[in-house]
Ligand binder design. Structure first.
Ligand code: ATP
Length: 268
């Protein structure tokens, strides 16, 4: 499969849920270059998921511009063409096999997209799914395997932008670390522009090239921290002093944004 990439660009984005309500989000400028991995952190309710849903086209911005341009009224399974999305829950159809779940986006569009067996096998290898498991009903798979299926489904149409909303929050620590490493590898191999929403500071630093901290009222970008670590990463990086310094920098930025409230809601 050919590597894909995209650039995300946001300008003067304002969003409110009710026409007569307050703005919940105001992003004057956010540009993500091709192939960059950005994590978004911030205290609970600051608007991380809202921002991701706006980028995906699942919400319509009231004001401002977004590139790539979202398609209005997209639903949760059918984001606009060039975007793949992974949620905290794998959201699989339980009676379909893993393979049939992965192929769903190819069936749902106005034009059915054909995906060759070769491309599908290469995708399963990429996300770490064994061929024999892809013929099992998704309800018979473990939580970690279901998340791998969800990831394969997000990648099946070869998006240039991958959006992830707390994808590993429900997994145990070891599995979470394995998937963090795998997703980072996939991002690296494919130069896939990726935006991750997370509450976990170590996860954000481990996976990203850049960490953006949201906060304030309305919520806006309070800090934008470059993660200058090698792009090829494995679990041993977590013992590295540069990694710990970055975790401290991000922690301080979160404290500066919302004080002690943030510290209680964002985990290390
Ligand atoms: N459909 C909705 N209608 C009205 N307000 C909403 C809606 N969805 C979210 N909000 C509000 O918008 C704000 C931002 O919510 P959002 O879910 O984006 O925050 P978040 O940072 O992702 O939170 P968390 O980390 O807890 O998931 C919150 O105050 C939330 O209550």
């Amino acid at each position: 499969m050919k590597p894909s990439s995209a650039k995300l660009s946001i300008s003067d984005l304002r969003f409110r849920f009710a026409a007569d309500g307050p703005d919940v989000l105001h992003v004057p400028q956010l540009t993500v270059p091709n192939g960059q991995f950005v994590s978004i952190l911030g205290s609970s309710g600051c608007g991380k998921s809202t921002l991701l849903r706006l980028i995906a086209g699942l919400l319509n911005p009231g004001h401002g511009t977004l590139f790539p341009t979202p398609t209005p009224n997209a639903d949760s399974q059918r984001q606009h063409g060039d975007v793949g999305m992974v949620f905290q829950s794998a959201n699989l159809v339980p009676w379909r096999t893993a393979r049939q779940n992965v192929l769903l986006p190819a069936e749902l569009g106005r034009t059915r997209v054909s995906v060759s067996d070769e491309r599908l096998s290469s995708l399963f290898r990429l996300v770490g799914l064994r061929e024999q498991d892809t013929h099992k009903r998704s309800s018979a798979l473990s939580g970690g395997m279901q998340m791998r299926v969800s990831l394969a489904r997000a990648l099946v149409l070869q998006p240039s932008l991958l959006l992830m909303d707390e994808p590993f929050a429900a997994l145990d620590d070891l599995l979470r670390m394995q998937l963090e490493e795998d997703v980072r590898r996939i991002h690296h191999e494919r130069s896939l522009t990726t935006v991750l929403v997370t509450h976990n500071i170590q996860e954000a630093v481990f996976m990203s090239d850049r960490v953006v901290v949201l906060g304030g009222q309305p919520s806006s970008i309070q800090a934008d921290i470059e993660v200058s670590l090698p792009s090829d990463r494995d679990w041993q990086l977590r013992a590295n002093s540069a990694f710990h310094e970055l975790v401290n920098t991000v922690t301080e930025a979160l404290h500066a944004t919302s004080g002690d409230r943030t510290a209680a809601e964002v985990s290390l």
